[in-house]
Design a protein around this ligand. Structure first.
Ligand code: HEC
Ligand code: HEC
Length: 122
């Protein structure tokens, strides 16, 4: 799982950042950020790349998933769902694509919070 996640992050961060600039750093950029307090899946060193990928994939900004001033809080529904999505994406790639990073947030979301289930009516 750990290996899968690293691959996911590396591959998707690279491909996404090739197309658009990385997400803005959190406020206070330049200063040392506090150590993460509530990670259930990511490693601390992967948080930054993962968050950029989440923003680009879902079109949500940081505050679409986080409450102001407390990134560790799980108060927002979107953050709780995003964690499940991260697990699901890792599982799909592990089970169906032998660990290759074929499915990312962007694969389904295409920059929107609510992916389409069917094509638009013509
Ligand atoms: C789609 C939802 C989503 C978006 C958008 C998002 N995050 Fe997150 N963020 C999460 C989730 C989920 C976690 C927890 C990951 C885990 O449990 O391993 C997290 C964790 C974090 C943490 C660690 C907090 C702690 O103390 O544990 C920081 C810092 C953070 N995000 C910053 C950001 C910043 C800055 C942005 C905007 C660039 C951002 N996030 C955008 C969902 C999101
Ligand atoms: C296999 C397709 C798929 C993948 C991959 C996927 N999602 Fe989702 N996601 C969905 C669907 C479908 C919904 C439900 C949308 C709805 O209810 O309208 C959803 C909902 C969400 C929501 C809740 C939106 C809301 O406002 O309720 C968040 C946040 C989210 N996804 C984040 C992520 C993140 C972050 C990733 C990558 C780690 C990801 N998703 C990967 C299909 C996917």
């Amino acid at each position: 799982m750990r290996k899968v996640m690293l691959l996911l992050l590396a591959t998707s961060a690279l491909s996404l950042f090739a197309q658009q600039p990385p997400a803005a750093p959190p406020a206070g950029g330049g200063q040392a950020r506090p150590a993460p307090k509530n990670l259930k899946i990511l490693k601390p060193e992967d948080v930054r790349a993962a968050m950029g990928m989440f923003v680009a994939g879902t079109g949500l900004n940081c505050m679409g998933c986080h409450v102001q001033g407390d990134f560790a809080s799980d108060e927002k529904h979107e953050k709780v769902v995003a964690r499940k999505m991260l697990e699901m994406t890792g599982e799909i790639n592990a089970k169906t694509f032998a660990g290759a990073m074929k499915v990312t947030c962007f694969t389904c979301h295409r920059g929107e919070a609510h992916p389409k289930t069917a094509p638009d009516p013509k």
